[in-house]
Ligand binder design. Sequence first.
Ligand SMILES: C[S@@+](CC[C@H](N)C(=O)[O-])C[C@H]1O[C@@H](n2cnc3c(N)ncnc32)[C@H](O)[C@@H]1O
Length: 175
Amino acid sequence: MYIPAEDSYLLAEAIEDYSGEYALEIGVGSGIVLDKLCDSFSFVIGTDTHFNSLIYCLNNLSKAVTLVCCDAASALAAKFDLIVSNPPYLPQDNIGITDSTIYGGLYGSELVLHFIRSSISLLDVGGKILVVLSDLSNIVQINSFTEEMNLGVKIVGKKKIFFETLYVYEISHKF
Ligand SMILES: C[S@@+](CC[C@H](N)C(=O)[O-])C[C@H]1O[C@@H](n2cnc3c(N)ncnc32)[C@H](O)[C@@H]1O
């Protein structure tokens, strides 16, 4: 299970500026971000492919959330005011270490794009996606995707740590 780190805290902090009815987190890990979502949203759903993370959340979260073991948002058909994720965003290293909690593909952007593609149709009118990115992942590829899809992008969080700069991107439909 992913142990909360700077990226988890940056996303949890960014969430404080949002509220509404329905929220989704893709890739819940220990549930630290889910817990924060429960403070400002009435119905909170979380997904993860790592079954033991979901069990951990179930046993440790005191608030009512719905947990689904699935890839990204693939099992869901609801509409959300806010969708958040701290996805695995690091480029896969070449020394054979595989860790599905941190590595997001060869360029580090593949899973980020997969999560956005999987959930963009679930955004309610005026809804937002918040996603954590690092300058170690291929941000150019992510920017090209949002431009092609005519999505609005705003940086709503930023933190420089010793080996990377983290960002929270807010993504929404342009009207
Ligand atoms: C960087 S961790 C973030 C965990 C937690 N949200 C946090 O901020 O501390 C990424 C999470 O995404 C999950 N994950 C990886 N691939 C996934 C997929 N295809 N669908 C859903 N979750 C996935 C991992 O199991 C892990 O829990």
